[in-house]
Design a protein around this ligand. Sequence first.
Ligand code: N01
Length: 543
Amino acid sequence: MVESLQQPATGPADSGEIERFDAIIIGAGVTGLYSLYRMRELGFTVQAFDDGGGVGGTWYWNRYPGCRFDSESYSYGYSFSEELLQEWDWKEHYSAQPENERYLNYVADKFDLRKHIRLNSRVTGATFDEEANCWEVRLEDGHRARGQFLITSVGILSSGYVPDFEGIHDFKGPWCHTGKWPAEGMDLAGKRVGVIGTGASGVQLITEIAKEVGHLTVFQRTANYCAPLRNGPIDDQTQQEIKSSYPDIFKKCMETPGSFMHQFDPRSAMSVSKEERHALYEELWQEGGFKKWLSNFYDVMLPGEANEDYAEFVRNKIRERVHDPVVAEKLVPKDHMFGSKRLPCESGYYEVYNQDNVLLVDVREAPIERITPKGVKTIEAEYELDVIIYATGFDAVTGSLAKLDIKGIGGKTLKDKFAGGPRTYMGVSSAGFPNLFTINAASVGNFVRAAEPLVDWVSEAMAHVRDHGHSRITATVEAEDAWVQHVNEDGAKVLRTQANSWFVGANIPGKARVLLTAPDTAPVMRAKRNAVSANGYEGFILE
Ligand code: N01
């Protein structure tokens, strides 16, 4: 496997002494950077540890070709600084990884956050000291630090998953996972490349590398509903319009279920004629990004007749673009509802399969048997390859937390506690783990829009603890049980629990199948948290 992102550790030299802070943050990605900023503003001493060689989290590690936003760039930036909003020019409507990484570096510099960040520092464990009421964090290099609060800003999709294929290490050529793409890149020009996985990462990667590889073999287990991203550069006039309308953009985002800029049409798809319905489908199809479904009839994103009607519309769009009808039918999803898995956006994905040097292998029909020294062997054939790329996803939400070896009261581990699925109160606190805030477990949607209010709420809860002279805050068992029951019962009704995907842990063999995030919309989650704090942190014990 290619592993080259690691650079020497930066930060204070390890003197063997235990450093002390008010709060320790694990992760210097989108959420970690804002946590640092916000908590420091509230007067806390803070330190972030990140195992990456740079800041950016997801936007540091996922540097595979084609990686970019599929929410509008200007809806994804931080909103907390008007100066930042006016200074930063997003170059494209759906910005690519290099620019996103630059943006997060710019934020780290502008707000002087780097002095609180220790890079190349993998946290290997954290234990709650019950007498001192603080967390002790251990790093791979032996370094230790203590803080009253521990904040896991480790991202929901950061623990890469490579299937345990027999013979995986026998392969003679280079191979890597999309989420750990080497900084110096992979030499794919003219090579025979195999890509396993066709989720959002695979779709972006395949489209981009098909332009340079010698031959591409795509191993697909499940076809996805992909739709055109319609990216483009932002011209000067649009740039000015964006900058003058940020309050409006963010207000819109705060009102929608997933914190995106788009609001559903309040009509039911089936309440209008087929002509009218399809006229809106077609009109939205020409628009960028998620607008195609998030500005659509509201019931397109609910299980039922409208959902299937729109699914067939998308299937036909796929059929129109792929020349070979047999290949087209393989690319048409038929085994899950539209929107029940994450919907990838693409920029020429289906046309890739019209290239003579591209082969689609259906590994549901003929599963992968093993990896061989020469390539990939399915039960039907062996495919000889120079490079293998695993676009096989992530052990979402709980995967990264489990790796941290977090020990709470009585030495109990978070990993064991979460073995049957996350047991939290509102995704942020878990009984028996005082002063730990798991702020990676936000609702899904536009990540920055969801993360900012969540970090604000957690930071204010920490200030409340400090200002009232408490030493601990932790969820009660009752509040946690009620939350888990809510996630299970109401989660069963939402579209994203209707298919097997990372949303429910079903992509990882042996992982419990439960909704890993809140079933609530973003406005409902914010209202719930605000009601909890307004009621004196109802559901928490303050000691
Ligand atoms: O991962 P995935 P991803 N044999 O889990 C296949 C975000 N994201 O990295 O569907 C063969 O979606 C698996 O097949 P199946 C976004 O939230 C955002 O692509 O399980 N195949 C699937 O095709 C997204 O949802 C952007 O049958 C195997 C693929 O691997 C999330 O990250 C861009 C297999 C994994 O798809 C994860 O996306 C990229 C096996 N044993 C990602 N195991 C943006 O645009 C797995 N697969 C912002």
